[in-house]
Design a protein around this ligand. Structure first.
Ligand SMILES: *[C@@H]1O[C@H](CO)[C@@H](O)[C@H](O)[C@H]1NC(C)=O
Ligand SMILES: *[C@@H]1O[C@H](CO)[C@@H](O)[C@H](O)[C@H]1NC(C)=O
Ligand SMILES: *[C@@H]1O[C@H](CO)[C@@H](O)[C@H](O)[C@H]1NC(C)=O
Ligand SMILES: [Cu+2]
Length: 332
């Protein structure tokens, strides 16, 4: 079995993958939609910092790991509040879906220092993590699969965050090549928001990006990334104290607890991005509640999807047959 999986992994690494990448096309904050600018395209008013290309940031210490490729300051700062609902819509172009299905979605925030965010040079930003999702309870399907299927990703901002200007740094790390050192693809994106309200919470630990990640982190270089059931270790800091306080967790389906080691990220899904979170969180749950549009089937029947997720998108027919054999062997 061991030698078979070694063979399997090396074949997988040799499988040519179509080069397809992406960006955040829209952000919706409390129901208001903000259009992002196309990477390298015309620059219209937006709170989403524009990047120069859909190509990934490569290398965990790449200077662009803070807000994305050549990210430029955006002209708008969108209003938001503690507990605001924020939805991210990923795409590979103006029209196509996000192309990858392997790896985590993580979200950070950072105070825009003493300036407003439209003036803020984020290279020295102090980021704190407010959310992270990795694999689903079946141990092999990633939440990123939902994004590839065309779903959006929704979370709530910390319930007690102090007022001021902040960046929301939402990131996908695509790990379909992460069984090679340096193969991980980083897709960070920063949205500028002005938090109102009367919260009093400030983050404890903060990190710099680049700085918080290394190419050798287990969640960035991961030889077992396609092994069903292998635990995933999120890179970067733990969820901030700020985000774990007063969190509301939607729990429509208790089977969506994630198998990850030593992490606070236990996402729960809902079928509809506009539904209101209900219920209460547990100590091990992620701070924010998550909603994925159109994923009722996936969350209610993990068995139905558990065989698809570990596959890269572009597998040859020969590889497919091998994967079937691999699955059969697994069930012996
Ligand atoms: C992006 O940044 C790189 C590295 O600093 C630079 O070489 C390149 O010209 C920039 N591209 C654009 C479109 O600004
Ligand atoms: C789901 O979790 C809730 C809260 O922990 C619990 O009350 C409920 O009984 C659980 N439902 C199932 C089907 O396990
Ligand atoms: C989500 O649910 C709300 C209210 O139940 C409904 O108005 C809305 O159309 C739904 N959205 C989607 C994307 O299904
Ligand atoms: Cu890509």
């Amino acid at each position: 079995m061991k030698s078979f999986s070694t063979l399997f992994l090396s074949l997988l690494a040799a499988t040519p993958l179509v080069s397809a990448h992406g960006f955040i096309k829209t952000v919706i904050i409390d129901g208001k939609t903000y259009q992002g600018n196309l990477p390298g395209g015309a620059t219209n008013p937006s709170p989403i910092r524009q990047i120069s290309t859909i190509d990934p940031v490569k290398g965990a210490t790449n200077a662009f790991v803070f807000c994305g490729q050549n990210a430029t300051v955006a002209s708008m700062v969108a209003p938001a509040n503690p507990g605001s609902t924020v939805t991210f819509d990923w795409a590979d172009s103006e029209t196509g879906n996000w192309p990858h299905n392997t790896g985590p979605l993580m979200t950070y925030m950072a105070k825009c220092g003493t300036t407003t965010c439209d003036q803020f040079d984020a290279t020295n930003a102090d980021f704190f993590k407010i959310d992270q999702v990795g694999k689903k309870s079946d141990g092999s399907t990633w939440w990123q699969q939902d994004i590839m299927n065309g779903d959006t990703f929704t979370l709530t901002l910390p319930q007690n965050i102090a007022p001021g200007d902040y960046l929301i740094r939402h990131e996908i790390i695509a790990l379909h090549l992460a069984n090679s050192m340096g193969g991980a693809e980083f897709y960070p994106s920063c949205t500028q928001v002005r938090i109102g309200g009367s919260g009093t919470g400030t983050p404890g630990q903060t990190v710099q990006l680049p700085g918080a990640y290394s190419d050798t982190d287990p969640g960035i270089y991961d030889p077992n990334v396609f092994n069903p059931g292998s635990p995933y270790t999120f890179p970067g800091p733990a969820i901030s104290n700020l985000a774990s306080l007063g969190a509301a967790i939607t729990s429509p389906d208790n089977s969506t607890t994630v198998t990850i080691s030593g992490s606070q990220g236990s996402p729960t899904g809902t079928t509809n991005s506009t539904s209101t979170p209900t219920g209460t969180g547990t100590a091990t749950s992620a701070a924010s509640s998550h909603h994925h549009t159109k994923c009722s089937l996936k969350t209610s029947s993990p068995a139905a999807t558990s065989t698809g997720a570990l596959r890269p998108r572009h597998v040859s027919r020969v590889m497919r047959r091998m994967l079937v054999d691999f699955d059969r062997r697994r069930s012996w």
